[in-house]
Design a protein around this ligand. Sequence first.
Ligand SMILES: *[C@@H]1O[C@H](CO)[C@@H](O)[C@H](O)[C@H]1NC(C)=O
Ligand SMILES: *[C@@H]1O[C@H](CO)[C@@H](O)[C@H](O)[C@H]1NC(C)=O
Ligand SMILES: *[C@@H]1O[C@H](CO)[C@@H](O)[C@H](O)[C@H]1NC(C)=O
Length: 367
Amino acid sequence: MCLSMLSPQMQIICCIQTLLLLGAQLALSIPNNFFYHDFRKGNGKKEIHFSGVKLHVDSPQPSVFAVTGDNVTLPCRFWYEPELSSPREPRVKWSWQPAGGGHETDVLVAIGSRSRSFWDFRGRVQIRQDFPGDAALVMTNLMLNDTGRYHCEVVDGLEDESISVYLDLRGVVFPYQHPRGHYHLSFMGAQQACEEQASTLATFSQLFQSWKEGLNWCNAGWLADETVQYPMTRPRVPCGGDSLAPGVRSYGRRHLHLHRYDVFCFSSTLQGKVYYLQPSHSMNLTEAQQTCQEDGAEVAKVGQLYAAWKLTGLDRCDAGWLADGSVRYPITRPRRNCGPSEPGVRSFGFPPPQHKHGVYCYKSGDE
Ligand SMILES: *[C@@H]1O[C@H](CO)[C@@H](O)[C@H](O)[C@H]1NC(C)=O
Ligand SMILES: *[C@@H]1O[C@H](CO)[C@@H](O)[C@H](O)[C@H]1NC(C)=O
Ligand SMILES: *[C@@H]1O[C@H](CO)[C@@H](O)[C@H](O)[C@H]1NC(C)=O
C-alpha cells in the first residue's frame, strides 16, 4: 500500500490510512470480545485464541494405509482449552486433494449429527463421533482413486482450524506397455490402459517406494502427476549410462497428447481370486476366454495378477494368457527354469492370439 515511489508526504498519509484501517478492524473485533491470534507450531498443529478459549485440531495418525475394498478411518479430533462449560457444535468439513495433484473437492460437511456428503463419496462416508470432539472420517469400500490428502477443517464462528491426513494404498507398481508396442501411450492413453488392467496411474511416491524395494526398469512411463520417469537400481549403458547414480530418473512433465511413453500403473486389493487353469490341452486366446467363463470367472487383468503376486504371494511357473492378450506368470520363490533370480511377474509380451498357453482367471470375490 505504501509505495516507495510516492512523495514522502503521500507516504505518510498512506501509512496513516493503513493505521486507521488496522484501528477499524481492531474496533470491529472488540464488541464481539474476540482476541484473535494465530500460533503456528512447527509440528503442524495450529491454535487460535478467542475469548481466552483455544480451539485445537489434530490427528493422532497423519497417514493411513489400506487396500481397496477396505473400510478406513481417517482420524481427526478437536477440543477447546480451557474446556467449555456448555458444548458447542462446530462445523466439520472434510475435503480431498487427489494424489498426484488436482483440485481440492468437498467430501463431507457436518454439524452435530447432521451431515452431507458429495460426489463419489456420497453414501460412503460419515463422521465417527465416538467421543466429544471426534471428527474422524469413516470411509467404506475404498477405491483405487481415493488416495490423496484429506483435509479436516473445524469451523466455530471466526475460528477455522485444520489438519491433513494422507491416505495411501498398500499395493504394487508395475510398468505397462501398450499391446501395439513400446512408447505408444499418450497421458490419456496411459490412464485408460491402467484402468483397463484393474489399476490406476501410479503416483511418484508409489514409484519411489517401489524403487526402494528394488524396481529396476529401463523404459520411461507416465505417472499420475503428468511427469514421465523411470526407476533404476542398476545403472547400465542402454539406460542412460552406467556413470549415473541409481535413482528415479525424471524427464519432467511431458506434453499430454503429443508425447508417448509406457506407463507405471498401481494395483491394490484383492477382493477376488486369481488362479491358473490349464485343461488337458493348451488354449489360444479365444479358448482361454471361454475356459475362464465356463468356470464362472473371467480372464485376469494384469493389475489383478500383480496384486495376487504381491499381496497374496501367488507363485506359479506356468505361462498363462491375461485379459490384454499378454502372457505372463508370477514368481515369488525364484528357482531354476522360472526366470531371473529375483521374484517378479515374468512376461512373454503379446504373442499372436493363436498361440497356445494356459490361462490366469479371476473370480470376483464374495465366495
Ligand atoms: C465395511 O462397512 C460396511 C458397513 O458399514 C460393512 O457392511 C462391510 O462389511 C465392511 N467391509 C469391510 C471390508 O470391513
Ligand atoms: C473412481 O473410480 C470409480 C470406479 O473405479 C469411478 O466410478 C469414479 O468416478 C472415480 N472417481 C474419481 C473421482 O475419479
Ligand atoms: C482358437 O481356436 C478355435 C478352434 O478351437 C478357433 O475357432 C479360433 O478361431 C481360434 N482363435 C484364435 C484367436 O486363433
